[in-house]
Design a protein around this ligand. Sequence first.
Ligand SMILES: [Zn+2]
Length: 232
Amino acid sequence: MEFSLAGLVCGCAAMAAVVATAAPGGATALSVNLDVNGLVSSAVAHSAFREAARLWQPYRVELRESTDTPALTVTLDLSDGNSPDALGQSFFDEQGPMPFIAIHFNAVQRAVTQGRPFGIDGALAPEPVRDRVVARVLGRAIAHEVGHYLLRWEHHAASGLMRAQHRPAELADPRDRAYALTPLDVERLAASLRGPALAGLQSAAAANTAAAHQTDPGIERLEGRRRVAAAQ
Ligand SMILES: [Zn+2]
């Protein structure tokens, strides 16, 4: 069984590859609130966040945990989303990505069980091992959904982080070579960051000096939007 972070047809497979370029304008910071709903310990939550942040680091995007004025809220739930094998869900309306992400914890747990870390059923692994794998799978699911937000793109790549289908063994694998952006994704990221301001995105330098600010105008702008479409 493969787990899905997908559902929509990927329109990019037939497009020609382009040369990868780094995101322009220096590092970009994105503040994210991870609400685990008590489904995992805070240690697993932080570890999952670190995994997601680590996967975005090569592209000069800094994911920062924030509960005060997060741009993006990631919530763990026990729903099945659009299908039982869906690990996560992001949301778009006619103006683009919405600042909400859902991660479906039941599917994450099934992926851990089937991922067979160290050749054993993940559910039967010693707790520290199981926690590490749960954090890894969670982090990768979060990184994928954050990708939909950052790239402003509902679709899926043929390979890498933004592919639609993820084998449990890949999700659990300590090696992360299956979780890079494709050159075309990197182009999409650069184009997105050049575009109109995305809620909560700012240069890392500005984020460092703006910590005392109480409001984020980007969040206000996005309040009240309807959820009109979902992309897994
Ligand atoms: Zn997806």
